[in-house]
Write a protein that binds this ligand. Structure first.
Ligand SMILES: NC(=O)c1ccc[n+]([C@@H]2O[C@H](COP(=O)([O-])OP(=O)(O)OC[C@H]3O[C@@H](n4cnc5c(N)ncnc54)[C@H](OP(=O)(O)O)[C@@H]3O)[C@@H](O)[C@H]2O)c1
Length: 222
């Protein structure tokens, strides 16, 4: 049975990844900050294992990587992210947003990279956004777009290391999706976005490693 890990699976796009992979026979390692209150995750059927992970915690990341040491991950998706507006965030919130959106995808994937390298498919997704385009401008950050831009920059630095281990890693824009982050005026349902992303992943080739793709497989310029 193929294994997939979804980081940030409690709501929105992450929850839909868990639903679709579990429905199609995958074993899903799903992370949540609140395993005692799994909410919608608890209602899903299939081979789903919940793990406690706040990506701000090095201890949680190490414990999760340890738990997955013997689990070859065909697909690893770092989905967790937060949206904070410029002007409304305290310095602490700004720093936390930077850590969640730009640093955690790299540190968390790096901690799990041996489990990905041990699998047959070896695919990694870091969830970015087209709002990253042309960024970062970290001197006066728009917390969301600029930190996603910083994520893209860091991804492009580390991806060759991952590729050298046979891993195919992409940055991905999921489309404009109706979730708590965006509201109901967005254009896509989580089901539409995640179906598209799963098709992209099914046909992803090693030659595409290091690219920035959207949920239809269309290349996004950096
Ligand atoms: N929706 C869109 O249109 C859109 C467009 C472009 C990119 N994206 C990206 O796609 C990803 C998913 O977005 P979404 O719309 O599904 O957002 P969402 O509904 O707000 O869900 C965000 C997820 O990230 C988790 N998370 C936040 N901080 C975390 C932390 N410190 N540790 C672990 N998990 C954490 C949340 O967990 P809790 O429930 O514990 O808060 C939740 O599961 C994000 O990276 C987002 O930036 C979304």
């Amino acid at each position: 049975m193929p294994n997939v890990a979804i980081i940030g699976a409690s709501r929105g796009i992450g929850l839909e990844f868990v639903r679709q992979y579990a429905n199609t026979g995958w074993r899903v390692c799903a992370t949540t900050r609140t395993p005692d209150q799994p909410g919608e995750l608890e209602k899903l059927r299939g081979d789903i294992r919940l793990h406690h992970l706040d990506v701000l915690s090095d201890t949680h990341i190490a414990r999760f990587a340890d738990a997955l040491t013997k689990v070859p991950l065909y697909v690893l998706i770092h989905n967790a992210g937060v949206l904070k507006s410029r002007g409304r965030a305290s310095p602490e919130e700004t720093s936390e947003t930077m850590r969640i959106n730009a640093e955690a995808p790299i540190t968390t994937v790096s901690a799990l990279i041996d489990s990905v390298a041990a699998s047959d498919q070896k695919k990694v997704v870091v969830m970015s956004s087209i709002q990253a385009l042309g960024r970062p401008r970290l001197s006066n950050p728009d917390l969301y777009g600029d930190f996603k831009g910083e994520l893209n920059k860091r991804f492009r630095v580390i991806e060759p290391e991952w590729r050298a281990r046979g891993i195919t890693a992409i940055a991905l824009h999921p489309g404009y999706v109706k979730t708590d982050m965006t509201g109901q005026h967005a254009s896509l349902t989580p089901a539409e976005s995640v179906s598209g992303i799963r098709s992209v992943l099914n046909s992803l080739t090693p030659a595409q490693s290091g690219r920035f793709l959207d949920y239809r497989g269309k290349e996004v310029s950096w």
